[in-house]
Design a protein around this ligand. Structure first.
Ligand SMILES: [Zn+2]
Length: 203
C-alpha cells in the first residue's frame, strides 16, 4: 500500500470522515510545508503516550489522579456518573457542576455484547465505600435506550452496595436519543438543576 493510500485509510476510520474527505485531508497535508505534517504526527503520538485514564475517576488525563479529582474546590460529596470521558468534557464546558466524576467506559448494550463486566462500576462502589463523604451520585448516562438501561443498572447496584447514598438521574431536558456530548451548556446546566431521585416503582 502506498503512503498516500495508508493515510487516506487511517483518516477514513475517523468518525464523520468519509473516503472523499480523507483524500482531501491527505492531499492538503502534502501541499503544506513538511513541518506541518510532522507536527500533526507528533501530536497524534503524544496523545497515546501521555494521555491515560485517571485511576480514580476514569477521565482522560496526563496527570494521575486527574486535575478534577485533586481540585480542592470541587465538592467531594457529589459524583456524576457518565458513559465516556467526552461527556465529562461536555459537562465541564457547561460550567455549572462542581462535584467529581466517574467514567463507566461505555453503556450496557446486549446486542453489541456489552454487559455489566465491561463497565467500571466496581471502582465506583469502592469509591463510595472508602469515601464516606459522598452524599449523592448523579447518573448522567445518555437519554438513549441503552443509556436508560445503564442508569437503572447503576442505581440498582448502588442501592445494594451503598444504601445511604442518594442516587439521582439527570432531568429529561436533554433530547431523547441525543448525546450529552453534543448538548449545549444551557441544556446540560438545566438537566443538572432539575435532576430527580430514582423512585423504585415509578422510576
Ligand atoms: Zn480523576
Amino acid at each position: 500500500m502506498s503512503a498516500i493510500e495508508e493515510l487516506v485509510g487511517e483518516f477514513a476510520k475517523l468518525p464523520g470522515i468519509g473516503r472523499k474527505t480523507a483524500q482531501r485531508l491527505t492531499y492538503f497535508l502534502l501541499k503544506q510545508p513538511r513541518e506541518e505534517a510532522v507536527r500533526l504526527s507528533r501530536a497524534v503520538a503524544a496523545l497515546t503516550e501521555r494521555v491515560h485514564a485517571c485511576s480514580r475517576c476514569g477521565d482522560l488525563t496526563e496527570a494521575d489522579p486527574c486535575a478534577i479529582c485533586t481540585d480542592p474546590r470541587r465538592d467531594v460529596g457529589l459524583i456524576c456518573v457518565v458513559e465516556e470521558a467526552s461527556d465529562v468534557a461536555a459537562i465541564e464546558r457547561a460550567g455549572e457542576y462542581r462535584g467529581l466524576y466517574h467514567v463507566l467506559g461505555g453503556r450496557l448494550s446486549p446486542l453489541d455484547g456489552v454487559g455489566p463486566d465491561a463497565l467500571s462500576l466496581p471502582g465506583l462502589v469502592a469509591r463510595l465505600a472508602n469515601g464516606a463523604a459522598v452524599r449523592e451520585v448523579i447518573v448522567a448516562t445518555n437519554p438513549s435506550v441503552e443509556g436508560e438501561a445503564t442508569a437503572h443498572y447503576v442505581e440498582r447496584t448502588l442501592r445494594q452496595a451503598a444504601p445511604a447514598v442518594a442516587v439521582s438521574r439527570l432531568a429529561r431536558g436533554l433530547p431523547v436519543g441525543g448525546e450529552l456530548e453534543y448538548a449545549d451548556g444551557e441544556t446540560i446546566a438545566q438537566a443538572f438543576s432539575a435532576r430527580r431521585t430514582f423512585s423504585g416503582a415509578a422510576g
